[in-house]
Design a protein around this ligand. Structure first.
Ligand SMILES: Nc1ncnc2c1ncn2[C@@H]1O[C@H](COP(=O)(O)OP(=O)(O)OP(=O)(O)O)[C@@H](O)[C@H]1O
Ligand SMILES: NC(=O)c1ccc[n+]([C@@H]2O[C@H](COP(=O)(O)O)[C@@H](O)[C@H]2O)c1
Length: 174
């Protein structure tokens, strides 16, 4: 078979070991992988603390060890789900298979005729962005739930202090 390119989108707030395990799985199927940085315009909020650039650093540094060509492409949100797949395709290198465990994303790709594959959830009780952000806010242990380079990126961005600050103002109703 020829070269296969996959596409995997997430908000990656932050990129954690569940995402890493999913890439490990995907790497068995494809030669190249596009990582879509979802909600790319969002940052500095409790749900989306990190910028697209910071998330690109987390992903690029975490995936260097794979025998896989990777591209990180920021994808901003749209008001219209009905044209979202075209929007993604307009920003990304061409891909053969989309990977997601998000039901809306799966449905939109399938309706647009794109081949979609799911993976099992890895250790979902702790490997979840929401859980990680809660631990960061509470100064609880989160470092072992992410690839080592992500710890450095969070530190460089002063991410814990930022998340604690924006969480304070978010929960005070801005
Ligand atoms: N532990 C995991 N194992 C396998 N896939 C995962 C895991 N966590 C997230 N994913 C999948 O990775 C993609 C991107 O996930 P996303 O960036 O929303 O992370 P999340 O952990 O679900 O974060 P949040 O709690 O912030 O929504 C989605 O398809 C999601 O289902
Ligand atoms: N209408 C839209 O803009 C639209 C539709 C579906 C998914 N998305 C984005 O795709 C990403 C999906 O990633 P998650 O699986 O991490 O939720 C998110 O950033 C989400 O906002 C956007």
């Amino acid at each position: 078979m020829g070269m296969t390119r996959g596409f995997y989108i997430g908000r990656f707030q932050p990129f954690h070991n569940g995402h890493y395990n999913m890439v490990e799985r995907i790497a068995e199927d494809v030669d190249e992988l596009v990582l879509g940085i979802g909600s790319a315009g969002d940052s500095h909020s409790t749900r989306n603390p990190f910028t697209a650039g910071e998330r690109i650093m987390m992903i690029t540094k975490s995936l260097v060890e794979f025998d896989l060509v990777t591209y990180a492409v920021p994808i901003e949100d749209l008001e219209r789900n009905s044209v979202w797949v075209s929007h993604v395709q307009s920003m990304s290198p061409d891909f053969d298979i989309a990977y997601s465990n998000n039901p809306l994303v799966i449905q939109l790709f399938r309706e647009a005729g794109v081949d979609v594959r799911q993976s099992p959830m890895f250790n979902r009780d702790v490997l979840e962005g929401t859980e990680l952000r809660e631990r960061m806010i509470a100064d609880e242990n989160w470092e072992r739930l992410v690839p080592d380079p992500v710890v450095d990126v969070v530190e460089e961005a002063n991410g814990i202090e930022r998340l604690q600050m924006v969480n304070d103002s978010d929960s005070n109703g801005q």
